[in-house]
Design a protein around this ligand. Structure first.
Ligand code: GTP
Ligand code: MG
Length: 191
């Protein structure tokens, strides 16, 4: 698939209604700093469609981006970083649960992004469990593999698969490794 257009549509904070359901949604979830915003930028080949940052907790709203005027990429905030504080984390957790649990406009697919340079965390496990409970199909994306050598890759991917269950797409938002593979999965889900 070629990404021919990608535009910011709306940011929501949980009190407003989810966008009209004209277009299917693909949701990007994952711990703060895993690289959700960076993966979206990599998929659309834009450096700054979505703001990413080395300060965890950059994304605080649920942001909708209309892709090819056909479907939405939904960038969810993440939590799970100590610096954010318990109160902020709880607020974001509620926002994520509200979005994933809302019956009105279900995501067709969730892209669960994990940081492959660190061990899978309870956060990642919790997200996988929530997605299963909500019956939202999901693909696991092991991001930042550019930081790992071959041995580390094999080892870390194995432990991600064991912790979260399911196949993993190896990804690097920096080098775009895995981009075609992930785009193909996404396109199938929104058909
Ligand atoms: N080396 C490397 N760094 C990456 C990659 N993807 C993201 N990063 C870095 O990881 C940090 C966090 O990336 P973001 O895309 O902002 O992460 P996020 O998951 O959107 O974070 P929140 O919005 O805080 O939930 C940034 O410093 C990125 O440059 C990758 O594939 N490789
Ligand atoms: Mg972000």
């Amino acid at each position: 698939m070629n990404v021919t257009s990608a535009e910011f549509a709306k940011g929501i904070i949980g009190t407003d209604s989810i966008l009209d359901e004209k277009y299917p949604q693909v949701a990007f979830v994952g711990r703060s700093n895993a690289g959700k915003s960076s993966v979206i930028n990599s998929l659309v080949m834009r450096k700054d469609l979505v703001k990413s940052s080395s300060m965890p907790g950059k994304t605080k709203e649920i942001n909708f981006f209309l892709i090819n005027k056909k479907f939405y990429f939904v960038d969810l905030p993440g939590y799970g970083f100590a610096r954010m504080g318990a109160k902020g984390a709880e607020k974001i957790r509620k926002l994520i649960l509200w979005y994933l649990g809302s019956g009105e406009a279900r995501a067709r697919l969730a892209v669960l992004i994990v940081d492959s340079t660190v061990k899978p965390m309870s956060y990642d496990k919790e997200m996988a469990d929530i997605l299963r409970a909500e019956k939202i199909p999901f693909v696991i994306v092991a991001n930042k593999i550019d930081c790992l050598n071959q041995t580390e890759r094999a080892h870390n991917i194995k432990s991600i698969e064991a912790a979260l269950g399911g196949a993993v797409v190896l990804y690097s938002a920096r080098t775009h490794h895995g981009r075609e593979e992930l785009l193909e999965i996404i396109v199938k889900s929104v058909k």
